[in-house]
Design a protein around this ligand. Structure first.
Ligand code: NG6
Ligand code: CA
Length: 519
């Protein structure tokens, strides 16, 4: 009796203690802050499916990217929409296939804004839900209306399609203008040295890569022979703005610092950050800290540099106490390329490394390596580590994030794959249209159908197979991930099925770019 009395007594005491603890819990435990996790997209530029050790690279170690891959969901069938940059970025932010927008091609540095300011975007959708939104890094989605004065605020741009804050390079590292813009203003610009940019003709008296090879510290192989900035010949002509020129070797550190400042400033409110790194796109200019570190030349070195940046970024998330409340996506805009226009030893020093992994093709290609990219979702304490073979695309982010934050918005072509991204479901898409420089193909389950295209089989400048053939191509990726055996003739029924699905998605009156009707 005595014992049980004591038991009841201590039991009630524990209950009371628990109750009082519950009472004293701060209300924040269930506030909007918790239902609005931060979302970060870390976006690489030209990183191949085989360029990370977590995706099978043995000649190159990417420990910080691997932490995300091994601690989150590592997707093996994750796709960028396209095999080049601007279309993929367009699709990422809008959830819309880029072939619906005829201007979604690789853009010049003077191209107008590709996203209509009335279009739905991830940052716009999140802003309505109370998020602070930012893009830091490579933009390459056009700026202004086609007639930009770089000495005034440049608009419309990222700030007009949903980003509260933008700190960007306008196009690519190999394109002018070679300056940073913060919320539309060129940084460090001296009003007495205005900037002028032109993609058609040079400014009188200005040296070019073509005419002044003696001024170059990096030689051009194809293209890239216009204005010279920091001894590197670029695409496009530019004059003035000397104080504002970026330092190529500092670019990675510079963008990283901006992301750190953004995290520090926004740690107390829900945010969306699109962190778009410039590596390993050309020109590859590792900071001296990383020079020679990969033994693979600058391409390998800048991958190590990017890996370090991601480590620092994740460390900052942790230090700011944000790691448990942040969904981090890691992926890239298109597949790998070695020689993309400069002599930089990417080919010569490659050794046994295979940037495409087991896949065929690369950047610009309709074969798998063009669009299938490293694709990881990571969320400390929420996502369980694992691998997923589900078919997923970056066009699915908008609708999936929408579901995560309780918005009703859906994009035109994206699916809500939130449970798959969170590692709770293995369900993916059935169909996905892949794009490479305006040509399109269909992935249906584990099948790929590429319609006939008359273009060259190989782009000899970059030495990449493009996926063109005068007949239909059909591959079974389950059995033939390297796309070596064309089953189009052997499996006419399957081919027909895929062509019909493809036509349904692309529209009945679709005729491919070679004028071939597919019906
Ligand atoms: C190509 C460039 C290439 C790269 C690419 C864009 C030439 C000959 N080649 O036109 O170097 O800049 O555009 O790459 O100029 S992307 O990753 O931004 O799509
Ligand atoms: Ca790219």
């Amino acid at each position: 009796m005595k014992i049980s009395n004591r038991l009841i007594c201590s039991f009630s005491f524990i209950l009371l203690l628990l109750f009082s603890q519950c009472q004293s819990q701060p209300k924040e435990a269930t506030t909007a802050r918790d239902s609005s996790p931060n979302i970060v997209i870390i976006y690489m530029d030209d990183l191949g499916y085989g360029d990370m050790s977590a995706y099978g690279a043995t000649e190159l170690q990417t420990p910080h990217m691997d932490i995300l891959a091994n601690g989150g969901v590592r997707f093996t069938n994750g796709y960028a929409s396209s095999a080049t940059c601007s279309p993929s970025r367009y699709a990422l932010l809008t959830g819309r296939y880029p072939w619906r927008n005829e201007n979604a091609k690789i853009l010049a540095g003077t191209a107008p804004l590709l996203i209509d300011t009335a279009e739905l975007t991830i940052p716009k959708m999140l802003k309505v839900q109370g998020y602070t939104t930012a893009v830091i890094g490579k933009w390459h989605l056009g700026l202004g209306d086609g007639n930009v004065d770089w000495n005034q605020r440049v608009s419309p741009g990222p700030n007009e399609v949903g980003f509260d804050y933008s700190y960007i390079m306008a196009a690519t590292q190999d394109r002018v203008p070679t300056v940073y813009l913060e919320n539309g203003m060129v940084q460090g610009l001296d009003p007495n040295d205005p900037i002028e940019v032109d993609y058609q003709k040079n400014f009188e008296g200005e040296p070019t890569g073509k005419d002044n090879p003696e001024m170059l510290r990096m030689k051009w192989h194809h293209g890239h022979n216009n204005s010279i900035v920091n001894g590197i010949p670029r695409i496009g002509f530019m004059k003035g703005g000397k104080n504002a020129h970026w330092v190529d070797e500092d670019m990675a550190d510079h963008f990283l610092e901006k992301t750190k400042a953004f995290l520090a400033e926004n740690r107390d409110r829900p945010f969306f950050l699109y962190y778009a790194l410039q590596q390993p796109h050309v020109p590859r200019t590792p900071h001296p800290r990383f020079e020679g570190k990969s033994g693979m030349g600058p391409r390998g070195d800048v991958i190590l540099e990017a890996d370090w940046c991601i480590g620092e970024f994740m460390k900052t998330l942790e230090e700011q106490g944000l790691a448990e409340n942040t969904l981090v996506i890691f992926t890239g805009d298109n597949g790998p390329v070695l020689n993309d226009g400069y002599y930089d030893d990417a080919v010569e020093k490659l050794g046994n490394h295979t940037p495409s992994g087991p896949l065929r093709g690369g950047k610009y290609s309709l074969f798998e390596a063009g669009t299938r990219v490293p694709f990881i979702t990571y969320w400390k304490g929420t996502i369980q580590a694992g691998t997923s073979d589900a078919l997923v695309s970056q066009i699915d982010f908008l609708s999936s994030f929408s579901s995560l934050v309780g918005s009703e918005e859906k994009s035109q072509d994206g699916l809500n794959l939130l449970q798959t991204f969170l590692g709770k479901s293995q369900e993916g898409r059935e169909n996905l249209v892949l794009e490479a420089t305006t040509r399109t193909a269909l992935r249906h389950k584990h099948w790929i159908m590429i319609p006939p295209y008359q273009g060259p089989a190989v782009n000899n400048q970059v030495n990449i197979e493009l996926g063109n053939d005068s007949g239909f191509q059909l591959y079974d990726l389950d059995k033939d991930i390297g796309q070596r055996t064309n089953l189009a003739e052997e499996q006419p029924e399957k081919l027909k099925e895929l062509v019909s699905i493809f036509m349904d998605i692309r529209g009945e009156d679709y005729v491919n770019t070679e004028g071939l009707e597919l019906k």
